[in-house]
Design a protein around this ligand. Sequence first.
Ligand code: ME8
Length: 653
Amino acid sequence: MNKFYITTPIYYVNARPHIGHAYTTIACDTVARRERMLGVDTYFLTGTDEHGQKIERAAQAAGKSPQQLTDEVSAEFRKLWDRMGLTYDDFIRTTEDRHKKSVQQLFRTIRDNGFIYKGTYTGQYCVYDELYVDATEPGAPCPECGRPTETVHEENYFFKLSAFQDKLLHLYTEQPDFIRPETRRNEVMSFVRSGLRDLSVSRSTFSWGIPVPDDPRHVIYVWLDALANYITALGYGRDDDKLFHKYWPADVQMIGKEIVRFHCVYWPAFLMAAGIALPRGIVAHGWLLFEENKMSKSRGNIVRAETILDVLGTDALRYFLLREIVFGQDGSFSFDALVQRYNSDLANGLGNLASRTLTMITRYFGGAVPTPAAVDGTIADTARKVIQEFGAAFDQFQFSRALEGAWGLVAAVDRYIVENAPWALDEKKDEPSRARLGTVLYTSAEALRIVTALAHPVIPEATARIWAQLGLGEIRKFALSGLKWGELQPGTRLGKVEPVFPRADKSAIERMQKMEEQERTAPAAEAKPVAGPKVITAPAAAAPDGKITIDDFAKVELRVGQVKVAERVPKADKLLRLEVDLGTEVRQVVAGIAESYAPETLVGRKVVIVANLAPRKLRGLESNGMIVAASPEGGKAILAGFLEDVPVGTRLK
Ligand code: ME8
């Protein structure tokens, strides 16, 4: 069938977008663009995941209503995708009515088919991962993220996941491409083989979710709600379900590796239970690392896409992510590597090839593509091979290999130009040299055309400009399936020749680093409480005797945190680096308590954190908050604590 449906995960709105989110969305955009260029009717979906306790708590912490927070952050994702020119066909938000209606219909269908029943549940729940865990100990750490779980006792609706064990194993065996890459498939198979327990698919302890049909005291489990987006966006379960019939099942559902279980176990089981066709394949990529850790808000080590767009542009980010990282594996981001790749492959590579080839055609042939006197076999053969291998690698999501091959052609043409020295041929002014000059420049321009067409889905902006400079009009309209050597017509008049990738100097790295640094250290925009006792509209009146008013005190957000990780800071005798769980997020805090506490004695301990302190850097480490301690004169620091047990995240006031 000549249709192609591709999806990204829908992103949580408790965190602002960063280049980890951009990575998946760019990869999908690239695949979608290539499919469209191949003439395939393509539909590309992305969106935001807006329900659940995690979002509810994040909103609370920000002093906003959940709807206000989700509206703001979802708009930020969308704005960024638009700024990058991502070609999604629909952006779904799970708080939209169309989604809610369809999810309720899905729930009803699964229940009517006998796969949802009511039962009671007592167990441990990880709010951060929105996941029930097998542990029985209250407060036991979540196996996914290590945060303490919460004990939940609820009457819930359960999904009969246990009924799908054999069917799922059969699916993975019969359809080996259902999960890619192979390593992820093996992990999923062994997870399913070890046995599946029924899954709680409703919650009644909070309300920020979609009500269970006919029982609105419960909301639908956020992962059932979220996964359904892939069909609800197409109109599943509603009257306007044309797109669903046209595009479902999805051809590619791209995700990061940490959500494989949800997509490869729960999702197909829900679909089977509802009698809906299964997606053709789930494709999981690895993590983008920054400073050696997974880039994530909770680690405080994110890089925003905006910084890179401001300094180097969208194509630079897209090219870097797809060329530098082997898709499927983890890969590191650094500003140095980004600028190096940009300069070597884009400014000095494709950009330079385009400008020297087109400038010489302008100079020696008055701006019209010359007629070749012969076919220069080596370059033509290399180009044919590259076209074929590029497509094969792309079909396997091996973007970096595909680009490596195409840039091999760029390098080959660069060498070819140097070896044939067109400038020397021009000086000879004899017939054979003139004929040879025509062949060399035609060959170079034709190779440039081929690389430009292949690279268009990856670096759409620059390639569109090179295409126009080649005198070929709008690249969007080019049918990639017809790409072959020798189609460039002699006599084609070039457009205006302009550089596409200006070289980046060293200051680009510093500029980007500084922009990110400023973003991290800028005080967070003041939370504006929408509900609650008091909205501060004017500065609190100063109290006499240097005393502060209650309003002044209320500005300090003190919260109970729990230390998850504690370690010494190299070459700093007094400092410890802590990761402190605040219930809604894990913060890195650097504290001058190394002389009072051995790091291993702190793990698990509850502490008091000043949570709204502007971040600052200590020994190159960002400290996001301050730990409260008594500091006796001349003595060692003593941490504030509690005699009774207090839930993590509780505010002190
Ligand atoms: O998991 N490296 O949302 P999320 C690579 N709402 N990819 C990264 C990344 C990194 N450091 N950080 C984020 C959720 N991503 C759920 C999904 S789907 C029905 C519900 C990308 O906001 C990657 O695609 O935590 C990852 O799977 C996704 O963002 C997680 O986004």
